[in-house]
Design a protein. Structure first.
Ligand code: ATP
Ligand code: ATP
Ligand code: MG
Ligand code: MG
Ligand code: PO4
Lengths: 213, 251, 289, 296, 213, 251
């Protein structure tokens, strides 16, 4: 087999390894928001170190592949897209860390909001998994369909904001709104960055920029 | 962009073996066109059709048209001596004549007899300057061309071609006998030359084609598989075979 | 010691032994040359005098000289050069640069030249005798001698000139054509200048071979014992090898001695010409790499 | 550029050169013609069967006898004996020069060998008669004044440089890279020479052998001077013999009448010689051609 | 001059051109938050198109340079860093767009918060300008010092959050808190991404990852 | 990682010209070490010191030590015939012997006489397999080696080296006479070979060194400027001169 084929496979494998760690971080977020388990929150923060390290590794490998194998055409896009996806994954990991930090600093969230958060998180995970799957199989057609999963997240968040806004107006709630809203943004952003991954994939395969908007 | 040479339906035969099959290509003026492809794909053959060097090989035949300045180069009636004066050629291995540096530059000029004797000094200087060689040799114009290094010899061959005032310069792997440093000197020179000349260069090295050319043509088994802008070819080739070749997955 | 190591020792031993053997071979070969030269010098140096060079031959060894043969040889060779070099070089140019390699004519020419090169010199003598001497009735004249020698060395000159032309890298020839230079101008511009040393060496060696030839001249009726100098192309003449042959054929010891002197004269001339050729070649070999 | 100029000068030159080239063909035609012409007449008078089967050669005797075999056997004797000198020594020198000698030694020895090659045959003849024969007679007193051995040694010495130089050329033509390849695998010089270089240069070496033998067959002056004038089938190296070339020179020296039967014998023997050497040359050419593709 | 030198200079110039557009977007943000000028907000959104286009251009040029010139060592880092900085710049532009969107959907912000926002924005611009300057001159030492400018932004935002939280508790304010907090996050994130640019620069020059944390 | 060859303070002279100056380098077992540098920097010279091929050049001298299996290769007393059996060499141009394919493989085996005659068929097969050539030639083992293409010839030369069971394989620009496809075949083969052998390869092409080697040594004017892991060398060279060279800014 041509050396670059194996090298690129190994390189992508690094991306998948990273993506699994990032996923793990996000599977725990609803849990800790519910229970306020600071231990677990800390372990998410710890995991982020590994994720950051993974991104560094991917960058280094990418640089080595670029320097040593001078890839061209789709090979080249594969490497560049790898770098970009790693950047997005790192961010997505960051958002989990950010949520963990919220848990450490704040009380468990209001029971009323919990179902929203649970829905948001499970939508996100579904979107995330589907995204990494299409990335593995390089399926552009599926990728184009997936973007609507992101809308699920956003619409649930919008509903939660409404609820929150209402509660806030009615002074029903004792939640620190500023912090809570900031925290929620993380889910939204994570979805956005997952969407970026889809865009990168489409670019890798088609050599065309695609913007989900 | 002006098209300098228009090749249409070119077929070429060595005896009964068809080495080029229905080639269509436009060579743009003041651009560098690189020809790449695996060994034996017909790159050198293609270049030999353009200045009719194949006349020197027995039992060869070309059909189709290579339009250049209103004539078809392939026509029997084309004066090849004149043609080769207009279309210079630089070879794989530097092949200076065993004469002094200045004699090398003047060699063809003298034999064509179309330039004034009193201009000879300036022809020498200009040609060598254009070939980025003047500063290195100006103090030893009367020394043998063999006293130069390989890279300098190759630039001397370019200079001697420039002295006949060609429009087009054909180069068949001009750097494959040179080390990387001499190679990069020639590559830099090419960027200068394209301001005044149209250059067609055969190269074994895709990296070189990528670095230096504006257009690239990819040949395979005597066919032209893909032709287009170099940056497109190397970032997003249209044909699967091109992609396989440039990413090293061919063969 | 393993089998491998034993064998290794033997291999080194055989190698050394072979080297010594070969060295001896070379020494023997060289020794022969030295002996030959020394033997001739020993026999001939006493009688090699100015008088010997400037006198006519004579029935008495003590008075005999080689003037007519010396002059004859020089004139003969000059004429031979005039005929054979243009013909030979011209043919070589034709063969290498004009002839269509697939044509019958070309193949015939090549075969013909290769075979002519191997025809014994005496057979050329027969040719000279039959065609020039008898059919054209030119007799045993200077011109017949030089034509015969010319034809004899023509293949050598053609082959060595062809080699010299072939040795001009085709890349350089193509270089000239690619600049839009015509064939003849390419020949005079680069090919001949580059091939010249090779052509010269080949021609000089061929001529010096002609100089030493006796058999074909004997066949066309030349004799050693001539007491006048040639004054036109139809003159009879002598040549150095002929007079030497004449003297060796005589039983008297004194003639054997002046034969040695004659050989010395001939060898000195040949030495000079051969050395010239070798020097030309060595000079140019180091230049064009 | 549109219309091809006619290059008149170019065409004239081409015609002249072609004429030059035809001279060499005319030479062959001339040789064959002159040999055939007299030979045909000769065989009208003498039976071709007698010529090739009887073993007495006495064309000027009365009655004459025209069995050419003694001349041929004399010629072959010289060829065989001389090869025994020239082939081993020539090849040995070639191997030494191309594989063992330092470049300095080679630069010194090669020109000397070439000088040896430039010595005219008449000189070797003289050397054979006045040096080799006396030398032989001190060891082998039964040696005749004119004898085949002495002439053969001289012919061998004369053809040695040719063998050496042609073989060496062939060995030098084996690319140095092949030589280095063999050394790099751990070979001794002997192994490189015998297992790689000599086989690779075989065609060149073999053809140099054939050419040397052919030269020996056609050699004239040495045998005319040193080998004697006695046509003999005895194959005695120490005795006097006559070769074809020796006979021809002898006849030419005498005052033979054009048109006489003696005169014609010269042409007939010349014809035989011509045919034999032609065959040898063709063999040499074949050997080369068969191995030519090797480095292609 | 060696071809790659000129090519890389031209490539970096693209990054600077992009950075100038992004800067322009951010100079207008305080203005529109104060005046609620929707026209101007729209022109920011429009500018974002150009910025996105610039990023695409930089990516394409980077790919061409990688494919055609196969850069090595520091040349290679320069290209990769160019891509990464362009990604960050695009994001920074996005934040301005996000602020503009807020302006379009909401009333001009509460006068009380305006001084904060003004300080935040001017701190950001100072930081941003300084960053692009050190990037141009490749000054690692200065880059290491600059990070503290980011703290100015964060500390002002923290003060504003406090103010907001207090107002919220006191039900003093009619501001849509959720939207406002989300909007404010943009300033913070813009600062973060500017800090990323510094990290990239340090990597380009030293071949060492540096994390401002 | 085991060090296979340890070069210390190596100096090399052609006559009075010093071609290598105080070279210190460790060659790691089962790794590919590439030697790069501009023409004339001493790469080939270095490689020639390791199997003493310089013995074939008159008037050369080496000092320092090249430690290999407890001996100093440079010692007078080292048996070069044996040494060269252990350290194989592959040259720039394919140089098969004018013999059959199988004879080529067996040539040195027969000379050394250390392997059993009855193993010859398996030696042929194994060597050709290791050189990735078996499948292409198994049906024509008795044909002349010259009937193979350039790339196949080069692999045959590798096979014939492997047949002598070397530890180390030296290669001096083994692909510079080959086209890109034959080159990539050899490059793939090298990745296989390093599992069993230690490889030192001289290459003109930095790209090739980058692609194939684990360690790279950069020579300049007879000096070793930098030596280290290939990926470090090409992403972050330590020496300014190395960086200039690999980024094409030298000379
Ligand atoms: N003089 C010739 N006679 C017959 N066939 C030829 C001749 N020259 C080339 N060919 C054949 O024509 C085809 C094209 O050859 P050409 O030299 O154009 O290839 P190329 O692309 O230049 O290869 P390379 O990269 O090896 O130089 C090959 O199959 C070759 O074998
Ligand atoms: N046989 C020789 N005699 C004298 N000097 C030599 C010889 N071989 C090489 N040199 C000199 O030694 C120096 C190193 O040569 P070497 O062949 O090792 O260089 P290289 O790095 O292999 O170059 P290249 O990339 O051109 O093969 C050069 O200056 C060269 O001129
Ligand atoms: Mg070609
Ligand atoms: Mg080298
Ligand atoms: O950089 P972001 O976290 O705002 O996507």
């Amino acid at each position: 087999m041509v050396k670059i084929t194996t090298e690129l496979e190994m390189f992508e494998e690094l991306v998948f390894l990273m993506s699994e760690k990032v996923r793990r971080m996000h599977t725990w977020t609803t849990d800790i928001l519910k229970t306020g388990d600071k231990e677990k929150a800390l372990s998410i923060i710890e995991l982020d170190e590994y994720v950051n390290h993974d991104e560094e590794l991917i960058n280094r490998r990418a640089l080595e592949v670029l320097a040593l194998l001078a890839p061209l055409a789709s090979d080249l896009r594969k490497v560049i897209v790898g770098i970009k996806i790693a950047t997005d994954l790192e961010r997505i990991g960051d958002y989990a860390k950010s949520i963990a930090r919220y848990v450490i600093k704040n009380e468990p969230i209001n029971e009323a909001y919990l179902p929203y958060v649970e829905t948001i998180n499970s939508s996100f995970l579904k979107f995330y998994d589907a995204t990494m799957d299409v990335y593995r199989v390089k399926d552009v057609k599926k990728a184009l369909e997936l973007a609507k999963l992101d809308e699920e997240i956003d619409s649930t968040i919008a509903k939660l904001y409404n609820h929150l806004e209402k509660d806030n107006k009615d002074h029903e709630d004792r939640t620190n709104v500023v912090a809570f809203v900031s925290m929620l943004r993380n889910f939204e952003r994570a979805g956005d960055h997952t969407k970026n991954i889809l865009e990168h994939l489409i670019y890798e395969v088609t050599n065309q920029r695609y913007d989900f908007g | 962009m002006t098209i300098k040479i228009k090749v249409e339906n070119l077929n070429f035969y060595y005896g009964s073996f068809q080495a080029l099959q229905n080639i269509n290509i436009d060579i743009h003026e003041n651009r560098i066109t690189a020809l790449i492809g695996p060994s034996g794909c017909g790159k050198s053959t293609f270049i030999k059709t353009i200045d009719r060097m194949y006349d020197l090989i027995e039992d060869t035949k070309a059909d189709g048209t290579i339009a250049f300045e209103g004539i078809n180069i392939l026509d029997e009636s084309t004066d090849v001596v004149e043609l080769r004066k207009r279309i210079g050629m630089v070879f794989q291995k530097p092949n200076p004549f065993p004469k002094s540096i200045s004699e090398n530059v003047l060699y063809a000029v003298k034999r064509h007899g179309d330039q004034d004797k009193k201009d000879f000094p300036s022809i020498i200087e200009n040609s060598l300057r254009k070939a980025s060689l003047w500063d290195e040799v100006k103090h030893k114009l009367n020394q043998s061309a063999f006293s130069l290094s390989g890279g300098q010899q190759q630039r001397l061959c370019i200079a001697r071609t420039l002295a006949t005032k060609p429009d087009i310069i054909l180069m068949d792997e001009p750097t494959s006998a040179l080390d990387p440093i001499a190679t990069s000197k020639i590559e830099e020179l090419l960027q200068e030359l394209k301001k005044e000349y149209t250059v067609i260069i055969v190269t074994h090295s895709m990296q070189q084609a990528a670095r230096i050319s504006d257009y690239t043509a990819f040949f395979l088994n005597g066919e032209l598989i893909e032709f287009g802008e170099t940056k497109e070819m190397f970032t997003a080739p249209r044909d699967k075979r091109t992609e396989d070749y440039i990413t090293g997955r061919y063969g | 010691m393993t089998r491998y190591q034993k064998k290794l020792r033997m291999r080194h031993f055989y190698n050394q032994a072979f080297k010594v053997l070969l060295f001896l071979v070379i020494v023997v070969s060289l020794l022969v040359l030295v002996t030959l030269l020394f033997d001739i010098f020993r026999k001939g140096y006493q009688t090699l005098t100015w008088n010997f060079l400037t006198s006519m031959p004579s029935g008495r060894a003590a008075r005999a000289g080689i003037l007519p043969s010396l002059v004859g040889s020089l004139v003969l060779i000059a004429l031979t050069a005039l005929i054979s070099i243009p013909l030979g070089v011209g043919t070589a140019i034709y063969l290498e640069l004009y002839a269509n390699r697939r044509s019958r004519f070309f193949k015939l020419l090549q075969l013909n030249i290769a075979n002519l090169a191997g025809v014994p010199s005496i057979v050329y003598g027969i040719l000279g005798l039959a065609i020039f001497s008898q059919m054209l009735k030119l007799g045993p004249s200077l011109i017949v001698g030089s034509i015969t020698l010319s034809l004899l060395i023509l293949p050598v000159i053609i082959v060595s000139s062809s080699e010299a032309i072939k040795a001009v890298p085709s890349s350089i020839i193509d270089g000239s054509y690619a600049l839009g230079v015509t064939r003849w101008k390419t020949i005079t511009g680069v090919i001949l200048p580059m091939a010249l040393p090779g052509i010269l060496t080949g021609s000089i060696l061929a001529l010096s071979r002609a100089m030493g030839e006796a058999a074909p001249l004997i066949m066309v009726g030349a004799v050693g014992f001539v007491t006048f100098l040639p004054d036109n192309l139809l003159s009879r003449y002598s040549a150095l090898p002929l007079i030497v042959f004449n003297w060796t054929s005589r039983p008297q010891e004194a003639f054997a001695q002046i034969a040695a002197s004659g050989i010395m004269v001939m060898m000195i001339i040949l030495l000079i010409t051969n050395l010239t050729a070798i020097i030309i070649r060595n000079k140019t070999q180091s230049r064009i790499d | 550029m549109k219309k091809k100029k006619t290059y008149i000068q170019e065409s004239i030159i081409q015609v002249i050169l072609a004429l030059f080239a035809s001279i060499s063909i005319l030479t062959t035609v001339g040789i064959v013609f002159s040999l055939m012409f007299e030979s045909v007449i000769f065989f009208n008078e003498v039976s071709i069967i007698e010529f090739f089967t009887t073993i007495r050669w006495a064309p000027v005797f009365d009655p004459p006898s025209f069995g050419v075999l003694p001349l041929i056997s004399g010629t072959l004797l010289i060829a065989v004996l001389s090869s025994m000198v020239s082939l081993p020594l020539g090849l040995g020198s070639a191997i030494y020069l191309s594989e063992f000698a330092s470049s300095k030694a080679r630069k010194l020895i090669k020109p000397i060998l070439e000088l040896l090659a430039g010595v005219p045959s008449i000189v070797y003849g003289y050397f054979a008669l006045t040096f080799i024969t006396p030398l032989l007679r001190t060891f082998l007193p039964q040696t005749e004044i004119f004898n085949a051995l002495s002439a053969s040694i001289a012919v061998g010495i004369m053809t040695l440089p040719m063998v050496a130089s042609l073989s060496e050329d062939a060995m030098m033509a084996v690319p140095n890279s092949i030589r280095q390849g063999a050394y790099a695998l751990g070979s001794t010089q002997l192994e490189v020479s015998t297992h790689v270089i000599v086989p690779a240069a075989f065609s060149g070496i073999a053809s140099s052998f054939v050419l040397a033998i052919s030269r020996a067959i056609g050699e004239t002056m040495i045998v005319a001077i040193a080998a004697g004038q006695t046509p003999s089938m005895a194959l005695n190296p120490l005795g006097s013999i006559q070769t074809m070339t020796g006979f021809m020179v002898n006849m030419a020296l005498g005052d033979i009448q054009q048109g006489s039967i003696e005169f014609k014998t010269v042409f007939v023997v010349g014809m035989v010689l011509f045919v034999i050497t032609l065959i040898m040359n063709l063999i040499a050419k074949k050997i080369i051609a068969r191995n030519r593709e090797v480095y292609a």
